[in-house]
Design a protein. Sequence first.
Length: 547
Amino acid sequence: MGTSIVILTHNKLNYTKLCIDSIRQYTKDEDYEIIIVDNNSTDETREWLAANEDLRVILNNENMGFPKGCNQGIEISNKENDILLLNNDVIVTENWLSNLRKCLYSDDKIGAVGPVTNSASYGQSIPVNHASIGEIHKFSSAFNKSNKDLWEKRIKLIGFCFLIKREVIDKVGLLDERFFPGNFEDDDYSMRIVKEGYNLVLCRDTFIHHYGGVSFNRDSKFYEIINKNNLEFINKWKFSFIDLVIHEEYLKFIAPNTTCSILEIGCGCGATGVRIKNEMNQCKYYGVELNKWAEEIASKSIDIINHEEFKDKNMEFDYIFITSLERIKTQENLIQNLKYVLKNNTKVIVNIDFNNDDKDLINGLNYIKELMVSHNFHMVYDEKEFLGEIIVNRIAVFYDLNRYSKIENIIYKEENIDINREIIFKLRRVEFDIDKEESSEVILEYISKGHVSLDVLMDLLSKNIINTTKVLNSIYESSKSTKNYLLGLILLGKSYDIDKNNVDTNILISKMLSEEGYKSLALRHIYDYKDKNEEVLKTISIIERDM
C-alpha cells in the first residue's frame, strides 16, 4: 500500500516548485503518487504542471475551493493508497513520510496523523529559526528520528499535512464541501474521524517546513469566510471550536511525576483531558459535559461521568477544573454535588470565561465566589502561589480591581493643585497623540509615587478629557515596557468599566490575555464581541493561529 499525495494549487508557482522538488528528493524510499488539483491559476502554474510527467494533474476552470479540490484528488487516487493532504506552501524533509506512516500503522485504532512545523495553530508548531532551506534540512535530518514516545494523541489535527488511512476515507467519506473555499474543513474531518472511533496522533518526531498563509490572502474577505465557516461548523456539530480548546494553563497546577485523579467540569470535546493524559499518563482523567454533542466526542478519549451520580460513584479527585461557567449556571446543583468527590486537599481551579451575558469578569468572579461560599468553599488567590480549596486563574480575576490595587508601595497623599495641572496637560497630550508615550510614563510615575490617586486621576479624566477610553488605553500600552505595568492593567480595567463595547479596549484585553498565555480566555473574550470589524477578525485569527 502506498500514499497518494494530494496538493492544491492556485498561483504561487515558486512555492509549488519547492514543495514538489522536496517530495521528489526526500521521499525516494516510499511508494507514492503526486496528484495536483489546480484551482484556475493565472500565473505559469498550469504550464509548469503540464510539463512534469510524473504528476497527475486536474485543471479546474474556476476556483473550486480547498475541500472540493481535495475531493477531486482523492477520487482519482489509487484506491489502495492512503491519502495525504498537503499544502503547496510546505517543504518536506528527510524521513517525513516514513515516520508518519510508521506511526499511522503502529495501531489499528490510529486513523490519521500529522507532523509538527514552524507555523501552525493548535500547538502543532515548534520554535525554530531557519534562515535558509539548507538550514531547514540540516535541522530536520537530526530531528526526524522515529520515536513512539513522541507520538501525541489529539482531538484535532491541522490540515497542512494530514495523512489518513484509506479505510478511514472509505468509512468517513470525503471532505465536507460546505466549508468553501476553506477553513474548518480540517476541524470537521477531525471530528468525523474521532466520532468513528479512530485516534488522531501528532508526530512530534517529524518536522516539515510550512510557510503558512500562502493559499489565502488575509484581507477582510478572508475573515468573512472564517466567520461563515465557523457558523457552518456550529450548525453541523452543535458545538464550537471553543470546545476543542486545549487549556494548557491547567498543567501548571498539577504536581509533576504524580499519580492523581482529575475531574474537568465543562470538558468540551475532551481536548484538555487528552493533552494532560499525554503529558501525565499515570493520571486518571474524567469529564463532565452538559452539551451532549460535545460529550459524544469527548467520550471517545476520556471517561465521562454524570455529576448527579457523584454520590453513588465513590470517587475522589485531587484536582477539579471548572472550565465552563456558563454551563455551571444552568446546573447549580453540580457545585453542591462536588462535596461527594472531594479529598481533604482537593484543589478546585475555576476558569472564569466570557459567555453570553457573562462578559464582565467581575460579575463572573462575584458569581463564582457567592456560589462556592454558599457551598462552604473557601476562596484563596495569590499572585505568586495558589493555595486553598479553590484556586482561581490570576488572569481570570483581572477585573477585580480591588485586588490589583493592593500595591504596597503606593501611599496616596493629599492632592497638589500644581501636580493636577501637570497631569491634565499630560492627559491632553496623550489624547492628541503628542509625545503620548513620554506623557503616559510621567502620569504612571505620579501615581506610583503616591502624588496622585487613581480616584483623582479618573476625576481629572472625566472633567477634562473627551475620549477617556483612548487615553486610558494609550497609558496601558505605554506601561507594558515599564515597571508600572500593573498600574497599566488597572487603567485598562477602568477603561473597560467605562465602555464595555469599545472595540480598541476589547482588542487590547484579548491581546493581553493571549500574551500572558491564556489564549483560550482571550479567544472567548474577543469572539463574543458583537461588532466584528476587520481589526477584531484579524485579532481572532492571530490568536487562533498562535494556539
